[in-house]
Structure formats: structure tokens, C-alpha cells
Design a protein around this ligand. Structure first.
Ligand code: AMP
Length: 186
């Protein structure tokens, strides 16, 4: 099973996607985590990515694509995976499509976790990760609206987009997502 998770920063994507990957026994791939690790251990890619991440901007598509392409070729991805935070631009989505064709596979479902702007700002201002200064948070939301939101149309056009209400307790939202994944892979 291959799942993509979309949703603005602060929608609860990280928490939910880890749980959902576990529930369906697929590999959880977070490009944010992979990039943070690359920055931490200062790989050449990490060194290039740091300035983008610290300012709330997206890391260039070619860097992220190379990272994902390499990771998807690993054995633990053959049983399926959940992509958390990738793709984030149309170019990345097209790049992913090419990788899927090469692997002879396709996506089963794209979950779009929906949370209103007011709830997001509330949640994000209380989160306090290192890259979460107010201006950085605002920039991340701007980048989401401009670059990532168009992906909902892209995947809706393919008939694989499932919108899920992201407001509620963690358990409530989790149950909604599981129901949508089950419905679309039946
Ligand atoms: P996340 O943990 O998914 O919120 O990602 C944290 C940061 O990593 C983002 O603000 C971006 O700078 C970078 N990042 C993560 N995934 C991507 C991606 N698919 N494309 C570009 N930048 C990304």
C-alpha cells in the first residue's frame, strides 16, 4: 500500500502519519525528518538544505527528489510506504509519478488533512520547535498555500484524494483517516 499525506504545517500530519503507517504496516517516510537528520550530521545535502529550512522555505525540488528516489529503492519500501511531507510541489508530484512508473507501482490514496487557518495559527504558536519563530511559521504557511495546496487539485483529478477533517482528538482524527484508507483500498 502506498499512501501520501498532505496537510498544512500544524495539521497534525506528523503524529497521524506515524500512527497510520504503523496501523497498515508500511514504512513511514518523513522528508522533514530525513532533511533534519541530513542537516544534523552535515551531509553535503544537509549543508545545502539548512538555510532553506531555517527560514521556513522549501528545500529545492532536485535535492528532495534525489533523497526520496534513493530511499524508495530500499528494501523496506517494497512492502509499501506512507509519504509524510512529500510531495510538496507539483514538480515533486510529477517526479514521484516518474519514480512510481519506474517501480511499476502507483499510489493508492492521498489523505488531505484539513484544518482551518485560525486553528493552525493557534496550534503553531504553542509548538515551540527550533524553526518555529513566528515569522518562520508564517513563511511555512505561505509556502504551503502557494506551492503545496495545488496538489489537492492534482490528486483530486486522479480520483485518489480523500479529505479528512483534522479537528478533533488524536483518536478521532486517526479513526477518520483509517476509515478513508480502508475505503479506498478495498
Ligand atoms: P516538515 O517536518 O515536513 O514540516 O518539514 C520541515 C522543513 O523541511 C520544511 O519547512 C522544508 O523546509 C523542508 N521540507 C520537508 N519536506 C520537504 C519537501 N518535500 N520539499 C521541500 N522541502 C521540504
Amino acid at each position: 500500500m502506498r499512501i501520501v499525506f498532505l496537510g498544512p504545517p500544524g495539521a497534525g500530519k506528523g503524529t497521524q502519519s506515524a500512527r497510520v503507517a504503523d496501523r497498515f504496516a508500511v514504512t513511514h517516510l518523513s522528508t522533514g525528518e530525513m532533511l533534519r537528520e541530513a542537516c544534523r550530521i552535515q551531509t553535503p545535502l544537509g549543508r545545502r538544505a539548512t538555510e532553506y529550512m531555517n527560514s521556513g522555505r522549501l528545500v529545492p525540488d532536485d535535492l528532495v527528489h534525489a533523497l526520496v528516489a534513493e530511499r524508495l529503492a530500499e528494501p523496506d519500501c517494497q512492502r509499501g510506504y506512507l509519504l509524510d511531507g512529500f510531495p510538496r510541489t507539483l514538480t515533486q508530484a510529477e517526479g514521484l509519478d516518474e519514480l512510481l512508473v519506474e517501480h511499476g507501482s502507483g499510489l493508492d490514496v492521498v489523505i488531505d488533512l484539513e484544518v482551518s487557518q485560525e486553528v493552525l495559527v493557534d496550534r503553531l504558536s504553542g509548538r515551540g520547535r527550533e524553526d518555529d519563530s513566528e515569522e518562520v511559521v508564517r513563511e511555512r504557511l505561505r509556502q504551503y498555500d502557494k506551492l503545496t495546496k495545488p496538489l489537492t487539485d492534482y490528486y483530486r483529478g486522479r480520483g485518489i484524494l480523500r479529505a479528512v477533517d483534522g479537528v478533533g482528538t488524536t483518536d478521532e482524527v486517526f479513526a477518520r483517516i483509517v476509515a478513508e484508507v480502508q475505503a479506498s483500498t478495498r
